[in-house]
Design a protein around this ligand. Structure first.
Ligand code: ZN
Length: 436
């Protein structure tokens, strides 16, 4: 689990297990919505308030607080089905040149800037907005009553179409409404700001949800089980360690409690206790790639990279080279400072960057291994890739230019360096024009 921090108030949380679960439980809804599961991305925002939103493109943003507060995976599916309705309804189109030109993390950081503003965080997001984007922010902030009604109906359609019970959808809405009655709209329930839930809305969707054959279908046990693990993991990783340990005391010997405590002890600075919790997990499920991942991560971050190799290698293989896990493995291989490990590091990191276009840390690690192996041109190419992903056109242009000088012409890496060089030169020139 890593935080991808684009230096704004909010950050994106990347975790192989959570992303895999969100993908799997969202795919049937995406298909029912007439979209392609490979195009739609669910992005986890590190924020303990309850919210979900779309902000252009086919990306659904879900606050970690939503996952932590939901009672079931089925509730989260309801929330996502609704957000998909905003995408298919075309309710958010962030027009404006700057937005369209931005890619990858840049989009994410801009969008998160918008989110921070919407949340009343004020200044935090303001600096990110170019003048041309102001109009779009209003669009993001509130949908019309009519749009919400049609989106509610779309959510119902997608749940029913996917054969997934709408109980969670209804339940989540009811919970939101109760929270509003009890506390008024607070920061914790931003969802109510973006989607004010009323009794009329609940009544409007109830009938068609209950009429579906899916209504009484039992919950999918695979998703629900994986969801409980993810909830425990998020609690352990995100709650203040003392609070997490209170919620999951030592007397609780379930898998979930071990999982939460492994992270809580790790973050609280108790590496031995964290290691013992990870051992309990691996003992319970010796081939579970995510248990092996946390085992290796704890060892790596405790300064024992060599010991981390076996669990991380097994986690990488067991996850069929999930790019996030492979990146941690590559990092551990490099951290051993043993030349014999560099080839394997290069191999797994190359797979990681090819499969994941949102991971600047993987490019940083790949650059490091090229550098250590005496290939400064490809190290520069990695720097250019990373800078380009982060929206740093200047560094991207300089590094790509350097890379082109050291890589044989017209080979794939050289062509890639040329692409980055040209794209970032254009971005720099555009930036100059705008400032005039
Ligand atoms: Zn909505």
């Amino acid at each position: 689990m890593v935080l991808a921090q684009p230096a704004q108030a909010q950050s994106i949380l990347r975790d192989a297990e959570t992303e895999s679960l969100l993908h799997d439980m969202t795919a049937p809804l995406v298909t029912a919505a007439g979209l392609s599961p490979s195009d739609v991305r669910v992005v986890l925002v590190n924020d303990d308030s309850i919210n979900a939103f779309v902000a252009g493109g086919q990306i659904v943003y879900v606050h970690s607080g939503t996952l932590q507060a939901a009672k079931t995976a089925n509730e989260v599916q309801g929330v996502i089905a609704h957000e998909l309705g905003h995408i298919t309804g075309g309710h958010v189109t962030l027009a404006g040149r700057g937005y369209q030109e931005a890619t990858g993390i840049t989009i994410l950081s801009m969008v998160l800037g918008l989110a921070a503003m919407a949340a009343g965080a004020g200044e935090a997001g303001a600096g990110l907005l170019a003048a041309g984007q102001q109009a779009a922010v209003g669009k993001y902030l509130s949908f019309s009553r009519q749009q919400e009604a049609s989106t509610d109906a779309a959510g119902v359609k997608y749940l029913n179409g996917a054969g997934i019970s709408g109980k969670g959808y209804l339940n989540f809405f009811k919970t939101m409404q109760q929270l509003e009655y009890r506390y008024g709209i607070t920061r914790k329930v931003e969802y109510m700001l973006s989607h004010p839930v009323s009794s009329e809305r609940i009544a409007a969707i109830s009938e068609s949800l209950q009429a579906s054959p899916a209504w009484n279908k039992p919950l999918n046990q695979d998703w629900e089980e994986r969801f409980k693990r993810v909830q425990a993991k998020l609690d352990g990783y995100l709650l203040p360690p003392a609070q997490a340990l209170q919620k999951y005391p030592e007397s609780n010997q379930t898998i979930y409690a071990h999982y939460a405590r492994a992270y809580a002890y790790h973050r609280g600075g108790f590496p031995e206790k964290a290691d013992a919790e990870a051992d309990a997990l691996v003992q319970a499920k010796p081939t579970d790639p995510y248990f092996l991942e946390i085992k290796g991560q704890i060892l790596l971050e405790a300064g024992k990279p060599t010991e981390a190799l076996a669990p991380l290698r097994a986690a990488t293989e067991g996850s069929r080279t999930n790019p996030l896990i492979a990146t941690t493995f590559g990092h551990a291989l490099i951290a051993t400072e043993d030349k014999a490990n560099y080839d394997e590091a290069k191999k797994v990191l190359r797979i990681a960057v090819a499969r994941d276009d949102q991971n600047p840390f993987a490019w940083q690690q790949l650059g490091t291994v090229y550098d250590r192996m005496g290939d400064p041109a490809r190290a520069a190419l990695a720097t250019a890739e990373r800078a380009s992903m982060m929206g740093d056109a200047r560094t991207a242009a300089i590094s790509a230019g350097y890379a082109m000088g050291g890589i044989p012409q017209n080979t794939p890496d050289w062509i890639r360096a040329q692409d980055i060089s040209m794209t970032s030169q254009h971005a720099l020139e555009d930036g100059k024009k705008k400032r005039r």
